[in-house]
Design a protein around this ligand. Structure first.
Ligand code: GDP
Ligand code: MN
Length: 396
């Protein structure tokens, strides 16, 4: 789960990291009042769950409270479009007004879970303020990585190593090392999947300060962080993802695909992705119904899949255990009738009540091809996708 910068900033502050003085505002007048309190020279920042705000006009330096008010008025109530949002952007309901910092150097610092190593990894770079993916792509030697230890944490000497690799001036070495150690505590104690400070700034007077703050909390750990869970802002999320979350379904949108996939289980989702690719297509999305046994949730899952306008064909791959095939089949049929969808479906069902499930599907009169297993589903998928490729005038 993503939270806003002003919320992440507060967490950093609580853990002893140096951050600019700031306040949050929902109206231009409030923004002006915060700017007055901070002394006039401020930066006004749109609060959205997306990076790249600077280049998109969502970060503005104001030299007076009046100017801060004007910038806030221009941002609030609009949708900000950045390279990380869709073309429709995300709504700006709040702005953060922060004391302006005099920047000498912009650095990069983040912590993520490294899936291969199975530990948190600190990533640092002298190339701050830019798109880190681009740095990783073009100049990977400029990324410095240090793995933490799940039991020991991050050793003080590691923190000092990272500060040294960042080339911070002597005046800021100690403070930077402390900042890194504290950021590691932020990561672990809040069950984060990501913390990112871009830029970490060396100030003109030789200090260090976290100028931007991004924190993602691991969804599966939210149950033990009620205070963090309360920061959930549904408005910042894609409508379909929001609906899925509301029904306890895991929905993942993928770019450039045309197959809508309904599966139960993350492992099955992976296998389904492989099979879809083997069949010559790409998934447009994944909807994991998990162990859902209620028909209503299956129906909502199906509605979400057909609401994705990229979907041209639906692949249902079910290994029924707790979820019963007949319930899923009936859910699919109900939702298909209700939505009036004409999308073809390929369905592979095994496990509990698979035969009953297939019977419900075959008697429904809908465009559904039942397959016995995943390999069979792939064959059907390939046949169905092949003519569309020609008919629609080539590759996509
Ligand atoms: P992002 O573009 O969404 O990542 O937003 P950031 O908070 O990282 O701000 C983008 C850029 O604006 C930073 O890299 C800085 O160059 C600039 N910026 C942000 N705050 C300040 C500030 O207080 N003073 C100055 N001079 N520049 C700032
Ligand atoms: Mn940034």
């Amino acid at each position: 789960m993503n939270i806003h910068e002003y919320q992440a900033r507060e967490i950093l502050e609580r853990f002893g990291l140096p951050v600019p003085k700031a306040g949050v505002a929902s109206t231009p007048a409030e923004a002006r009042a915060v700017a007055e309190k901070l002394g006039g020279r401020v930066v006004v920042k749109a609060q959205v769950h997306a990076g790249g705000r600077g280049k998109a006009g969502g970060v503005k330096l104001a030299s007076s409270p009046e100017e801060a008010e004007q910038f806030a008025a221009a941002m609030l109530g609009t949708n900000l479009v950045t390279h990380q949002t869709g073309p429709q952007g995300v709504p700006v309901r709040k702005v953060m007004v922060a004391e302006a910092t005099d920047i000498a150097d912009e650095l990069y610092l983040s912590i993520i879970v490294d899936g291969d190593l199975g530990v948190p990894v600190v990533i640092a770079s002298t190339e701050g303020g830019m798109d880190i993916e681009e740095v990783a792509d073009k100049t990977p030697e400029k990324l410095f990585r240090v793995a933490g230890d799940p039991l020991i944490g991050l050793s003080p000497y590691h923190a000092r190593d990272i500060a040294a690799a960042l080339g911070v001036p002597a005046s800021a070495q100690r403070a930077t090392a402390a900042l890194i150690s504290n950021l590691y505590r932020v990561f672990v104690e809040n069950d984060c999947s990501l913390v990112e400070i871009n830029p970490l700034v060396i100030t003109r007077d030789g200090g260090v300060i976290a100028l931007d703050a991004k924190i993602n909390i691991e969804d599966d750990a939210l149950f033990r962080h009620k205070d963090l869970a309360a920061l959930y802002d549904p408005e910042q999320e894609d409508e379909l993802e929001r609906r899925a979350r509301g029904s306890d379904l895991a929905y993942v949108k993928l770019d450039g695909g045309r197959v809508g996939c309904m599966v139960n289980g993350a492992g099955l989702a992976m296998a389904t992705m492989d099979i879809t690719k083997w069949a010559g297509a790409n998934p447009a999305n994944f909807l994991d119904i998990g162990g859902s046994a209620e028909q209503e949730r299956i129906e909502e899952a199906f509605r979400i899949i057909v609401s994705d306008s990229d979907v041209e064909i639906i692949l249902v791959n079910l290994f029924a255990g707790i979820a019963r095939s007949d319930v899923v089949a009936q859910g699919i049929v109900n939702a298909a009738r209700e939505t009036g969808t004409s999308l073809p479906m390929v369905v592979a069902m095994r496990g509990t009540n698979a035969e009953e499930g297939r019977k419900i599907l075959s008697e429904s009169g809908l465009d559904i091809t039942a397959a016995l297993d995943l390999a069979g589903a792939a064959e059907v998928l390939r046949d169905k996708l092949a003519p569309a490729g020609h008919g629609k005038g080539g590759s996509r």
